[in-house]
Design a protein around this ligand. Structure first.
Ligand SMILES: C[S@@+](CC[C@H](N)C(=O)[O-])C[C@H]1O[C@@H](n2cnc3c(N)ncnc32)[C@H](O)[C@@H]1O
Length: 725
């Protein structure tokens, strides 16, 4: 073994076992694929006895639906005119191709193909359901263009492939651009993305929304999935943290006007809690094999603790949404009746059905029973539960006495069952806070004291500029300053904010004529170095949150990449613009680095995918050439104005060239919006696979020929020999 190279302990153990003569485990991949049996006697017995359906006929429909595969749904992500333009393309070109492809797949006349369904309850007609499963789309050659569209536009952040029912909680949370929003169990982040979109829904009113989204998850690895998902939206108003929500610490905020500190209370909170997930049986059939009631009993406690902590952190007048993808009243109504009862009038369940008009749902249940794990004994009250089950089945899991229950308002909850509109199963409840909770802990003095202690602890001498001011305001995150793998994930790099006087800022400001209203102190890097590489931007409230709270909570990510160091011998300025940050920085950039381009020029620039051969300015329209001459070398903003939308794209003016600085997926997205030819980017993976197989076969045949030629003289000799015999 090479010195210093660590051995993989799992591989070492496997090698050791093999050396000891232990039998090899059978390779399951070699076994024929078995379709999962969509049945579970305990599940059926349990939900039948709960009367989740009105009658036997409906129950039969429920069972048929939950055993069926789930149709694919997607929504156009939207707070821009671009969304409307893309929707138009979807409704015309994509759906025409859809009908053609489905007709080919099912060998039907096109007139018989059912068109995609616009989800009536999703705002502005932006969400659609296809009559195809995810597997259909992934595995059928006639659908390759549809598949390519879904992949590319998802990566470009223009659509979200999200289960229909999962779109409901953010809608009923009703987020406004000024809201302070907490997403307590956020990963992998499909609902967080919706919350961010709602925050940015009024760009004409706010260059940067005053509100923010704090997205949290207890699972460190899933936090990175969340970062990946949310990054597509390029919001400077997002903070991702990694903490147990049931013990989420109180956070400090600074009042911008007075400088006073207070405990942060959120206007909107989403508690999309961990659950048994039996509402997702259509998408995840393996749950049929695992389902049992013990999961719900185990989860009830953590679900209650999360919603209780959420209620404490909610501002008076604020709104909290509790949701699960479980049908089980133990994880739903039992949790809600408990928190509403404990709040003693401070919390109220409200009806939010008007925010999803046309969504078919049932009211929350007001009567349910509990049972043993295998549902062989059923209990209506805690008195009936045998003592050995008292630690598993708790009194609070049973419905309250009828009179008390009537004051809770459980009927305002929404239960979505799969057969109602061919979707997954889901539960959602909306709570509003009328006054502070009796058990709410507002430990401002403790927090201030902790902060003071941390500030007075010995620190390395700060670097000062010529005027004697600190050069930069550095955050000290959890743990050491070097990224190192730990049991519970990575330690994060620090958040180093720009100081009042920053040489890099001065030069960026001059080159891009940045408007002073862009708060330079919200620019940050993720390392302490003289030579900054990537410069990020976050909104003012996010900066305040980071600096006030990073010692109490593990911050995983914030800021949008806005400037990137890019130096070569021709460049006058060391930083180029980053496309990710342009959505924010564009509103602050002056005219000196802008160039307006027409459609043909933009199509030409985007079609150039070889970075070593950028388009020559001589190929562009005379007006564009003239502007290029004036512009001089370096990063710039390409502006394109269409009747329906305006695009801003990062460009690069080279010595004799102009190029668009966007990645492949965004390139395809923009070309699509421009109605340009996409055939160059349209990869048919089936054709490619066939070509690869044909090439491999040809290679194998050639190898056989060569072997045969080599073998020929011997064979001839043999045959001569045998003749002689
Ligand atoms: C139903 S999923 C959330 C789905 C997510 N809201 C979305 O739309 O993509 C539940 C999440 O809760 C997280 N979780 C479980 N226990 C938690 C806790 N105590 N605190 C915070 N997050 C928790 C899990 O890691 C999981 O990512």
């Amino acid at each position: 073994m090479a010195r210093g190279k660590k051995q993989n302990p799992f591989a070492a153990r496997k090698r050791q076992k093999r050396a000891n003569g232990a039998p090899e485990r059978p390779d399951r991949r070699a076994e024929p694929y078995k379709e999962i049996e969509r049945d579970n006697a305990s599940f059926i017995k349990y939900y039948h006895l709960q009367n989740i359906c009105a009658n036997e006929e409906e129950w039969t429909q429920f069972l048929a639906s939950i055993r069926d595969n789930l149709p694919t749904t997607f929504r156009v992500t939207g707070f821009k005119d671009e969304a409307k333009a893309l929707l138009n393309i979807i409704k015309t070109q994509l759906f025409t191709e859809y009908v053609r492809a489905v007709a080919e797949l099912h060998e039907l006349p096109a007139e018989q193909v059912e068109r995609p369904l616009c989800l009536p309850w999703y705002p502005n007609g932006l969400a659609y359901q296809l009559h195809l499963t995810r597997k259909d789309i992934r595995r059928s050659e006639p659908l390759f263009r549809l598949h390519n569209f879904l992949i590319v536009e998802t990566k470009a952040g223009s659509i979200s492939r999200q289960e229909a029912v999962s779109m409901i909680p953010p809608l009923v949370l009703d987020v406004q651009p000024t809201d302070k929003v907490l997403d307590m169990c956020a990963a992998p982040g499909s609902k967080t993305a919706q919350l961010i979109e709602a925050l940015h829904a009024a760009p004409e009113q706010h260059k940067i929304p005053p509100g923010f989204v704090l997205a949290n998850d207890v699972d460190n690895n899933r936090c990175y999935m969340l970062v990946h998902q949310a990054k597509r939206l390029n919001s400077p108003c997002l903070l991702v943290t990694n903490h147990d929500s049931s013990f989420f610490p109180n956070l400090l905020q600074t009042d911008a006007a007075t400088g006073n500190k207070s405990i942060l209370k959120f206007d909107k909170i989403l508690c999309d809690v961990p659950c048994s997930g039996d509402g997702t049986l259509r998408k995840n059939p393996d749950i049929w094999m695992k389902w049992n009631l013990a999961q719900a009993y185990n989860l009830h406690g953590v679900q209650y603790r999360i919603v209780r902590r959420g209620a404490e952190m909610l501002a008076v007048g604020g709104r909290l949404v509790y949701s699960t993808c479980s049908l089980n009243p133990i994880e739903n109504e039992a949790v809600l009746q408990r928190i509403i009862k404990d709040a003693d009038g401070a919390l109220e369940l409200v009806d939010a059905a008007h925010l999803v008009p046309g969504l078919k749902h049932k009211p929350g249940m007001t009567n349910w029973k509990l049972a043993t794990k295998e549902v062989d004994a059923v209990y209506s009250t805690f008195d009936e539960v045998p003592e050995q089950l008292h630690t598993i089945i708790r009194p609070a899991m049973f419905p309250l006495p009828a009179k008390e229950l009537a004051t809770i308002g459980l009927e305002k909850c929404m239960r979505v069952l799969p057969h109602l509109q061919d979707s997954g199963g889901f539960f959602v409840a909306v709570i509003e806070k009328r006054r502070p909770l009796n058990f709410e802990k507002n430990d401002l003095q403790d927090l201030l004291q902790q902060q003071q202690q941390a500030e007075t602890a010995p620190q390395p001498e700060p670097k000062l500029d010529a005027a004697g001011k600190p050069v930069e305001e550095k955050s000290t995150p959890w743990g050491p300053q070097r990224k190192r793998r730990r049991l519970h994930g990575y330690k994060e790099d620090p958040y180093v904010f720009f100081g009042e006087q920053d040489a890099d800022y001065e030069s960026i400001q001059q080159f891009y004529q940045l408007d002073e209203s862009l708060n330079k102190r919200c620019l940050l890097t993720r390392c302490q170095t003289e030579r900054k590489k990537n410069i990020y931007y976050c909104s003012e409230p996010i900066r305040d949150l980071v600096l006030n709270n990073e010692k109490n909570i593990k911050i995983i990510n914030t800021g949008v990449k806005t400037f990137v160091r890019c130096e070569n011998r021709h460049t006058a300025h060391p930083y180029r613009l980053a496309q990710e940050g342009l959505q924010t920085s564009n509103a602050f950039i002056g005219n000196s680095r802008r160039i307006q381009v027409e459609r043909d020029d933009l199509v030409l620039l985007l079609n150039c995918t070889d970075p070593t051969k950028p388009p020559s300015t001589l190929e562009l329209k005379p007006e564009t050439q003239q502007r290029c001459k004036e512009l001089g070398i370096g990063s710039c903003v390409l502006k394109y104005v269409d009747e329906a939308f305006t695009l801003f794209i990062v460009g690069w003016r080279g010595t004799s060239s102009l190029r668009a600085y966007v990645d492949r997926d965004e390139t395809v997205h923009i070309l699509r919006l421009l109605g340009a030819d996409l055939s160059k980017f349209e990869v048919n993976k089936y054709e490619k696979a066939k070509e690869a197989a044909a090439a491999a076969a040809a290679e194998a045949a050639a190898a056989v020929d060569v072997a045969a030629q080599k073998a020929e003289p011997e064979e001839l000799q043999e045959s001569v020999g045998s003749d002689q015999d």
